[in-house]
Design a protein around this ligand. Structure first.
Ligand code: PLP
Length: 396
């Protein structure tokens, strides 16, 4: 008998991503010929804009195909800093910027470079699952701050204050939030920064959906006066420019942290893809009309999907102010139908109604499911019709 493989203790702390599992389950049924309406994944259904694709084609033709600096090209760092300044009124320089292979790696790098074994990281619930697993991977302890569904999962400085301890090292915020769609108002961000700054706690602010807000203007915590020295911005081009497959993100922050993140990158992924970096520089420096156009389209889809969902008497759903997910409460159905968890609910919905969604347990809540509205109106209509029929069946 061969010895059982002994994996590192560190890697055993992290689990498979539940969102990826939901996508794999849907794909495997589809591969068997089933007509699945997939409301699971978190990615735009639009193609990458043409000017961005052309920049990548030019990069190949001009042989921009070699290693760049591990932390990204100067051209792209300048484009990131200029775009962030134009959109949010910040003043970062290239020395305070690292280009990462996707926004996820910016979150990973920031936590790896800041958090020591046994230190606490405050993560509001519901959370994007990566925060939990990456914190565990670096030996940190996640302290979950539960927001209230009755308030649309609003995050307040008061809630954060209750979870601060002498061991708190960092707070991870995501506004607009995946999955709840909550957007933290600027005045609340200011209070939070005041609170964390005074205690020497790092704020890692995940701006993956920062441009997808349906009320008011996009906002960055890094623009709060005096915030820069304690804030790490984790940014991404994936959702804003429909570039999920290109794998370009970035971090902005104090240069000591940024150069540590570039060092980690130099020994792990090395530089992000050179061609994708050229494309990203065009995305950030070229025309921005696409961003406003898709935002309006998402708003139309959100309003449609929300109205349809709210027609189902057993479902409660708050209006998301940003990102592209609905996060309805399906507790009434769980109570009546004998389905115990949203994991089971999502499994049955997929098997019986052929609609893929992500169970709320993946995000640290018990009563909700996540469905995306970054799909065509036709798919939304088909999906919601099927969900409605499935729930009616559960209640019989
Ligand atoms: C909240 C949040 N942050 C970061 C990311 C990372 O995006 P990417 O690595 O594609 O840039 C995602 C992707 O789903 C996300 O939902």
């Amino acid at each position: 008998m061969p010895d059982r493989v002994r994996l590192s203790e560190r890697i055993l702390r992290i689990s498979d991503s539940a969102t990826m599992k939901a996508a794999a389950d849907a794909a495997s049924l589809r591969a068997r010929g089933r007509d699945i309406v997939d409301l699971g994944p978190g990615e735009p259904d639009f193609p990458t804009p043409d000017n961005i694709k052309q920049a990548a084609i030019r990069a190949i033709e001009e042989n921009y195909t070699r290693y760049t600096a591990a932390g990204g090209s100067l051209e792209l760092k300048e484009a990131v800093c200029s775009r962030h300044a134009a959109d949010f009124g910040t003043s970062y320089t290239p020395a305070e910027c690292v280009i990462t292979p996707g926004g996820k790696y910016a979150v990973f790098g920031a936590l790896q470079c800041l958090v020591n074994e046994g230190e606490e990281v405050i993560v509001p619930t519901p959370y994007w699952v990566t925060y939990r697993d990456v914190t565990a991977y670096c030996g940190g302890i996640c302290v979950f701050a539960e927001t209230d569904p009755a308030d649309g999962f609003a995050l307040t400085a008061q809630l954060i204050e209750k979870h601060l301890t002498p061991k708190t090292r960092a707070l991870v915020l995501n506004s607009p939030c995946n999955p709840s769609g909550h957007v933290i108002p600027p005045e609340e961000f200011e209070k939070i920064i005041h609170l964390t700054g005074n205690r020497g706690v790092w704020l890692i602010t995940d701006e993956c959906y920062a441009h997808l807000v349906y009320e008011g203007r996009p906002f960055s915590a890094a623009s709060v006066r005096g915030a820069k020295s304690r804030v790490i911005v984790a940014g991404s081009l994936s959702k804003t420019y429909a570039m999920t497959g290109w794998r370009i993100g970035y971090a902005l922050g104090p240069r000591e942290v940024i150069s540590a993140m570039a060092r980690l990158q130099s020994h792990s992924t090395s530089n992000p893809n050179s061609i994708a970096q050229k494309a990203a520089a065009e995305a950030l420096g070229g025309p921005q009309d696409f961003v406003a156009q898709v935002r309006e389209e998402y708003r139309r889809r959100r309003d449609f999907a929300l109205e349809r969902l709210r027609r189902i008497p057993e479902v409660r759903c708050h209006e998301p102010q940003g990102a592209f997910y609905l996060y309805p409460d399906v507790r009434a159905i769980l109570n009546r139908s004998g389905v115990r968890t949203t994991m089971e609910f999502a499994g049955q919905l997929l098997e019986q109604a052929e609609v893929a969604v992500v169970p709320g347990e993946a995000f640290g809540t018990r009563d909700h499911i996540r469905l995306t509205f970054a799909v065509s109106m036709r798919e939304l209509e088909r999906g919601l019709e099927r969900i409605s029929r499935f729930i009616a069946g559960c209640m019989e």
